[in-house]
Design a protein around this ligand. Structure first.
Ligand SMILES: Nc1nc2c(c(=O)[nH]1)N[C@H]1C(S)=C(S)[C@@H](COP(=O)(O)OP(=O)(O)OC[C@H]3O[C@@H](n4cnc5c(=O)[nH]c(N)nc54)[C@H](O)[C@@H]3O)O[C@H]1N2
Ligand SMILES: Nc1nc2c(c(=O)[nH]1)N[C@H]1C(S)=C(S)[C@@H](COP(=O)(O)OP(=O)(O)OC[C@H]3O[C@@H](n4cnc5c(=O)[nH]c(N)nc54)[C@H](O)[C@@H]3O)O[C@H]1N2
Ligand SMILES: [Mo]
Length: 668
C-alpha cells in the first residue's frame, strides 16, 4: 500500500508543470514554449473577450473534474464570464444523481453517520466499494472503522470484492439492473410488512401509492432480469429491514446508466421505509458549518441561464435551485457542430477530458474544433496537449482552503493551509480570480481569502480563516431527528416516496424499471457480435481515476490495465490469466490484461478506466491503447432527468492479443 511519502512523490514529481506554456505548433502537435503568468493571463483575457464579443458569453465553456477543492470555483468563473455552460465528467454520472434524489425525496442530502458513536448494525454496500474508494468525499477510513464493529454486511456488486467475500449476503447483480433489484426489495419489505410503520405513517408521503406500485415487482420477476436468485433478494431485503440501525452505502456504479435517476430514487426509498433516516448509525442530514459558496448565478441574466445546454430537456441536471451543470454531450455537439449555438472556447481545470468522458474519439474531434482551449493541471496530460495555453496548478499541500462538505466532515469544518510553493504553480482559485480581474469583469474579483471568510461567516462556525488556522478543525454539535421540529424540506414536509417535485417537472413520481439500451435483452442482434456484458471503472486502490500513472511507487504496484473475466470465459477464447486481451465493441477496441476472476458471472467483463501512459510518446501518451472510454457511449438515449450517458451496462467481446501486435517493450 502507498506509504506516507506518496504526497511528496506527487508534489515534487520531476514531471510537474512548473510554468505556464504556450503551444507553438498546430493544435495537438505537442510543441510548447514557456511563458510568464502575465503573458498567459493577457492572452487568455484577449482571446476570451474576442470570443465573447463575437459569439456571446455562452460560447465559452468551463470544464472541471471530480469534486476537488476547486470544483466550487468553476461555476463561479463561468457565471463571472456570463456563461451557464460549465461541465464535469462525474456530475450527471457521479454523486449529483444521489444529491438531487436526496433533495427531491428528503429535502436534504443524506450522508452516513460515522461520528455519533453508534455504529451501523447493518451496512448495505450498493455499487460502492468504499473500503478502497472513499466516495462522495467521505474518507474510506470511516468504512473501515464501522466494519470493525462487525455489522451485518450486504453487498450488491457484479464482482466478488473483498467486501463481497466477507458479506453475509452478496447479490451478484447483472450490471445495470440495480433498479429492478431495488424495486424487488421494496416489494419484499412492504409486502412482508417489515416497514417502520410509525415513521412511514407520520413522516412519508405517498406510501399507499408506492405499495400498490411495487406489488408487481416480485423477487421472481427480478430474478431473470438481475441474475440474482429470488430467495437471495428476499433474504437481503429482510436483513436490511430487520437490523437497526442500517446504513445504505451507495456508489457511482448505480449512476453510470442512462436511466440512473430512477435507479437512485428507488434505492433512496429503502432507508426511508425502514426508519433509518436522521438516526445515529443510519443516514443523517449533515449540519451546516459553512454558508453557501458565492456561485454568482444571480449575476447572470435569466435569458442567458436559460441557454444552458441541456436545460430544455434535463430538468434535474440543470435545476437552478440545486447545483446546475450543463449537459456534456450537448456542449461537445456545440463545439463540433455549432448547434444550437457555437461553443468556441473551453477552459479546463482539473479534468482529463480525453480519458474520463465517454466516447473519447468524439471528444477528441470536438476539442480539435475549438478556437481556444486552456488546461490547468498538475501534469501534462493527453488533454492538456490539445490546449493553446497550459497552466501549472497547485496540489493540495500548496493551497489554502476551507472544507465542510456534509459527507466529508459531517459535524465540522476544516481548513487546509498552504505549506509549500512549487515552481510558479498557482492554486486554481487564484488563477480564476486573477483571470476575472484581468478581464475586468464586474463580479468575482474579491481576493480568495475574502471569499473563504464570507463562506465561514455565513455558517455556524463563526471564525475567520485566520482564526481557523489556530484550530484546524472545528466540530459542530450533531443533532438527530431534526424533522421532528419543522418537518422535511420538501413541498409536503415529508419524505416524498411519491415525488411531487418530479410529477411537477413531468417525470415519473414513482420509480420504475427500464432495461439498459445496450444489453443482451434489449439489443439481441448486437449481442450476437458482442455477447459479453461490459462494466467499467471499478476503482484501483493505487490511482485516482486517470491520475498517478507517473508515480513510480504506485505504478510498480499496478503496472498495467486489467480487465476482470471469468476463467471459463477466458479459456473459451484461449486467453490465459495475465495475457493481453482485446476488449472490443462497435465503438472501438482496447487492450488490457486479462485478470481471472472466478467470482464474476461468466457473461460479464469488468474493465478499468482512466488509463493512459505518461511514459509513452507525447502528445498522445498511448491514450488510444487501453482507454476504456473508447468503448463507452455518449449517444442518446440519455437519462431524462439528469442527461446521464452510458459508462456501464454495455456490450463487448474479447480475444487474445497476438504477441506480434505488441510493441517491443511487451506492454503498451
Ligand atoms: N468508463 C468510465 N469513465 C469514467 C468513470 C467510470 O467509472 N468509468 N468514472 C467517472 C467519474 S465517477 C468521474 S468523477 C470522472 C473523473 O474524471 P476526472 O475528474 O477528469 O478525472 P481525474 O483523473 O480524477 O482528474 C483529472 C485531472 O485533474 C488533475 N488534478 C488533480 N488535482 C488538481 C488540482 O488541484 N488542480 C488542477 N487544476 N488539476 C488537478 C489531474 O492531474 C488529472 O489530470 O470520470 C468518469 N469517467
Ligand atoms: N482509490 C481510488 N479512490 C477513488 C477513486 C479512484 O479512482 N481511486 N475515484 C473516486 C471517484 S470519482 C468516485 S465516483 C468514487 C467511486 O467509488 P465507488 O462508488 O466505490 O465506485 P467503483 O469502485 O467505481 O464501483 C463500486 C463497485 O461497483 C461495482 N459495479 C460495477 N458495475 C455495477 C453495476 O452495474 N451495479 C452494481 N451494483 N455495482 C456495479 C464495481 O464492481 C465496484 O466494485 O471513488 C472515488 N475514490
Ligand atoms: Mo466520480
Amino acid at each position: 500500500m502507498p506509504d506516507r511519502t506518496m504526497t511528496r512523490d506527487i508534489v515534487y514529481h520531476p514531471n510537474r508543470l512548473h510554468t505556464p506554456l504556450r503551444r507553438i505548433g498546430p493544435r495537438g502537435s505537442g510543441k510548447w514554449e514557456r511563458i510568464s503568468w502575465d503573458e498567459a493571463f493577457d492572452t487568455m483575457a484577449e482571446k476570451l473577450h474576442a470570443i465573447r464579443d463575437e459569439f456571446g458569453p455562452e460560447s465559452v465553456a468551463i470544464g472541471t473534474g471530480t469534486g476537488r477543492h476547486l470544483i466550487i470555483w468553476m461555476p463561479r468563473l463561468a457565471h463571472a464570464l456570463g456563461t451557464p455552460n460549465w461541465i464535469e465528467p462525474g456530475f450527471a454520472q457521479c454523486f449529483f444523481p444521489r444529491v438531487n434524489a436526496g433533495f427531491i425525496t428528503y429535502g436534504d442530502f443524506p450522508v452516513s453517520d460515522f461520528i455519533s458513536g453508534t455504529p451501523p448494525a447493518c451496512m448495505m454496500f450498493w455499487g460502492q466499494n468504499s473500503t478502497i474508494t472513499g466516495p462522495g468525499g467521505e474518507p474510506r477510513f470511516c468504512t473501515h472503522t464501522a466494519l470493525a464493529h462487525n455489522p451485518k454486511i450486504i453487498v450488491i456488486d457484479p464482482r466478488e470484492t473483498e467486501l463481497a467475500k466477507r458479506a453475509d449476503i452478496w447479490l451478484r447483480v447483472r450490471p445495470g439492473t440495480d433498479d429492478a433489484l431495488g424495486l424487488a426489495m421494496l416489494n419484499v419489505i412492504i409486502g412482508e410488512d417489515l416497514i417502520d410503520r410509525p415513521f412511514v405513517e407520520r413522516w412519508t408521503y405517498g406510501f399507499d401509492a408506492l405499495a400498490e406500485h411495487v406489488r408487481q415487482y416480485t423477487p421472481e420477476w427480478a430474478e431473470p432480469i438481475t441474475w440474482v436468485p429470488a430467495d437471495k433478494i428476499r433474504a437481503a431485503a429482510r436483513l436490511f429491514a430487520q437490523t437497526k440501525p442500517a446504513m445504505l452505502k451507495w456508489g457511482c456504479a448505480i449512476e453510470h446508466t442512462p436511466k440512473c435517476f430512477q435507479t437512485v430514487r428507488t434505492l433512496a426509498l429503502l432507508p426511508a421505509i425502514t426508519g433509518n433516516i436522521d438516526v445515529p448509525g443510519g443516514w443523517v442530514f449533515g449540519n451546516e458549518g459553512l454558508g453557501p459558496f458565492p456561485l454568482l448565478m444571480d449575476k447572470v441574466p435569466p435569458e442567458t441561464l436559460a441557454k444552458r445546454l441541456g436545460a430544455d430537456r434535463f430538468k434535474v441536471l440543470t435545476n437552478e435551485r440545486g447545483f446546475p451543470g450543463a449537459h456534456i454531450p450537448s456542449v461537445l455537439e456545440a463545439m463540433r457542430e455549432g448547434t444550437p449555438y457555437p461553443v468556441k472556447a473551453f477552459l479546463v481545470f482539473g479534468n482529463n477530458t480525453l480519458t474520463t468522458y465517454a466516447n473519447t474519439r468524439q471528444v477528441y474531434e470536438s476539442l480539435m474544433k475549438l478556437d481556444f482551449m486552456v488546461v490547468a493541471d498538475l501534469f501534462m496530460t493527453p488533454t492538456a496537449e490539445l490546449a493553446d495555453i497550459v497552466l501549472p496548478a497547485a496540489h493540495w499541500p500548496e493551497v489554502d482552503m476551507v472544507m465542510g462538505y456534509p459527507s466529508l466532515a459531517n459535524n465540522g469544518v476544516g481548513i487546509l493551509q498552504k505549506a509549500v510553493q512549487v515552481g510558479e504553480c498557482k492554486s486554481d482559485d487564484e488563477i480564476v480570480t486573477e483571470l476575472i480581474r484581468r478581464m475586468e469583469l464586474e463580479h468575482g474579483t474579491e481576493p480568495v481569502h475574502e471569499v473563504l471568510d464570507a463562506v465561514l461567516a455565513a455558517g455556524t462556525v463563526g471564525l475567520t480563516f485566520e482564526e481557523m488556522k489556530e484550530k484546524g478543525f472545528v466540530t459542530v454539535p450533531m443533532r438527530f431527528r431534526k424533522y421532528e421540529t419543522g418537518g422535511f424540506r420538501t413541498p409536503t414536509g415529508k419524505v416524498e416516496l411519491y415525488s411531487t417535485i418530479l410529477a411537477h417537472m413531468g417525470y415519473a413520481p414513482l420509480p420504475s424499471y427500464e432495461e439498459a439500451p445496450e444489453s443482451p435483452y434489449s439489443a439481441p442482434d448486437l449481442a450476437r457480435d458482442y455477447p459479453l456484458v461490459l462494466t467499467t471503472g471499478q476503482r484501483i486502490p493505487f490511482f485516482f481515476n486517470s491520475e498517478h500513472r507517473q508515480v513510480a511507487k504506485l505504478r510498480r504496484a499496478k503496472p498495467d490495465p486489467e480487465a476482470e473475466i471469468h476463467p471459463d470465459t477466458a479459456a473459451h477464447y484461449g486467453i490465459a490469466d495475465g495475457d493481453w486481451m482485446w476488449v472490443e465493441n462497435q465503438r472501438g477496441r482496447i487492450r488490457q490484461r486479462a485478470k481471472y476472476s472466478p467470482g464474476l458471472d461468466p457473461r460479464v467483463v469488468a474493465a478499468e478506466h482512466g488509463w493512459w501512459f505518461p511514459e509513452a510518446p507525447a502528445p498522445e501518451y498511448g491514450m488510444w491503447t487501453s482507454n476504456v472510454n473508447l468503448l463507452t457511449s455518449n449517444e442518446p438515449p440519455y437519462d431524462p432527468a439528469m442527461g446521464t450517458y452510458h459508462l456501464r451496462a454495455l456490450l463487448c467481446r474479447v480475444s487474445k492479443v497476438d504477441p506480434a501486435d505488441l510493441p517491443p517493450s511487451g506492454g503498451c
